[in-house]
Design a protein around this ligand. Structure first.
Ligand SMILES: C[S@@+](CC[C@H](N)C(=O)[O-])C[C@H]1O[C@@H](n2cnc3c(N)ncnc32)[C@H](O)[C@@H]1O
Length: 407
């Protein structure tokens, strides 16, 4: 199936079943689909904690489960399947000077990404590079000079030191990726970006096309990090409009979170749900109204102090006496329901992510690139494992003849 056909098929299912994934059970305690599929809602609410955890970590399992209630959703399975660019078993991990300063998981991700990049025959620009771990690996593998761009001066300085120490031809430029002017660093080059967020990777795509970058290898992430309140597809065939909250859905996958992180996440959600009720009760604010992120350090305050601190920030007046244990218990109960009902939303998490990636793929194809969409590693290493690889089809046919993506 070509990219456009896959994009349209995913879009069609997402569109027809939007009632299952657009409403977030965090904001709407019983989305309308619960009345349409009471058996499904009932079964979801009965799941044990272990079953919720297992399903949440298993995208194909979620789709299979959904297929029991809405058989046509089984078609999603084939639509989210992508080739995995496995590292060869004999690939060595980098060590010594090259690995210095790379946290373990980041090193494994950068190695898997570097291994997935097939050939590099132009100087490299690493977009939103951080300390440039990926760029350092690619400089050694490809023997091409690397320019790593980031807007954080400290990261650039630390990256320069790491590059010097590893004796690689890598330099840093401090620049804002969102400034159109920064795209000049892409002209004729091989652009790479590991985990560049929403607007940052869209700026890369647009800049690469405008500057005729020779090639681009990208793993997108955090689609919701955007200045636009609503996502508009990059292609004329795209009709899905997505709010920031909906763009959050594809990255709610926390496959790499440990047990402690999951416990803290659950507690934070339970307390926020409790606060939503408190706010509704005391100030009449509708439950769907969002509030700014709450610093995770506040969790150590304990429930009552946490609520009071947040109420003060949000301008909600709280009486001296209140039944805090009952409110905390309510939050816990709601959190368990939200976790279960959200599983139905999560069925569409990977399909939406693949659709967003295909939106980028088609944009590049339209601009004259041969593009491949794959996974650069297993989701245990990072659930943000999509890999978009584009090679510019030059008029003289050089890239066409050498392209590994020729069928
Ligand atoms: C998710 S990190 C990815 C870093 C690196 N690619 C990696 O995988 O380790 C995103 C990086 O983007 C940088 N960044 C954020 N906004 C930026 C902007 N407007 N221009 C340039 N870099 C930016 C941050 O400083 C950070 O280093």
């Amino acid at each position: 199936m070509d990219h456009l056909a896959r994009y349209l098929a995913l879009q069609d299912i997402l569109n027809r079943h939007e009632a299952l994934w657009r409403p977030a059970p965090f904001h709407i305690s019983r989305p309308a689909w619960c009345a349409r599929y009471p058996e499904w809602a009932g079964q979801a609410l009965q799941l044990s904690d272990a079953e919720v955890e297992r399903l949440n970590a298993d995208n194909p399992g979620l789709i299979e489960w959904a297929g029991e209630f809405v058989p046509e959703l089984r078609a999603l399975q084939a639509l989210i399947e992508l080739p995995r660019l496995e590292r060869s078993a004999d690939a060595d991990s980098v060590n010594g000077r090259l690995a210095w300063g790379m946290p373990g998981r980041k090193q494994a991700q950068a190695e898997a990404f570097a291994e997935a990049v097939d050939e590099i025959d132009s100087p490299i620009t690493e977009w939103c590079a951080g300390k440039g771990h990926l760029g350092r690996l690619l400089a050694v593998r490809s023997q091409q000079p690397v320019l790593s761009l980031d807007f954080d001066a400290t990261l650039c300085r630390e990256g320069e030191l790491l590059a010097e120490r590893a004796h690689v031809d890598q330099h840093f430029v401090r620049a804002d990726a969102l400034e159109p002017h920064s795209a000049r660093h892409l002209a004729g080059r091989h652009a790479v970006a590991l985990h560049a967020c929403g607007d940052l990777h869209l700026a890369l795509l647009r800049g690469a096309v405008a500057q005729h970058a020779a090639a681009l290898d990208l793993s997108p992430c955090c689609y919701y990090r955007s200045l636009d309140a609503v996502y508009r597809p990059l292609n004329p065939e795209g009709v899905l409009q997505l709010t920031r909250d909906e763009l959050h859905l594809p990255v709610t996958d926390t496959a790499t979170a440990g047990a402690r992180d999951r416990r803290l996440r659950d507690r934070a959600m339970a307390w926020k749900l409790a606060f939503v009720k408190l706010r509704e009760e005391l100030a009449g604010v509708p439950s769907a109204r969002t509030f700014k992120p709450v610093p995770s350090s506040w969790l150590s305050l304990g429930f009552e102090a946490w609520c009071r601190r947040l109420a003060e920030r949000e301008g909600v007046e709280v009486p001296a006496q209140y039944d805090w244990p009952a409110l905390e218990a309510f939050g816990g109960q709601r959190q368990r329901e939200v976790m279960r009902l959200s599983l139905v939303r999560h069925v569409f998490r990977r399909p939406l992510e693949v659709w967003l990636a295909l939106d980028r793929v088609l944009y590049l194809e339209r601009a004259g690139y041969r593009v491949r969409l794959a996974e650069f590693c297993g989701r245990g290493l990072t659930p943000r494992n999509l890999f978009i690889s584009a090679r510019r089809l030059s008029r003289c046919g050089h890239n066409i003849a050498n392209s590994p993506f020729m069928d």
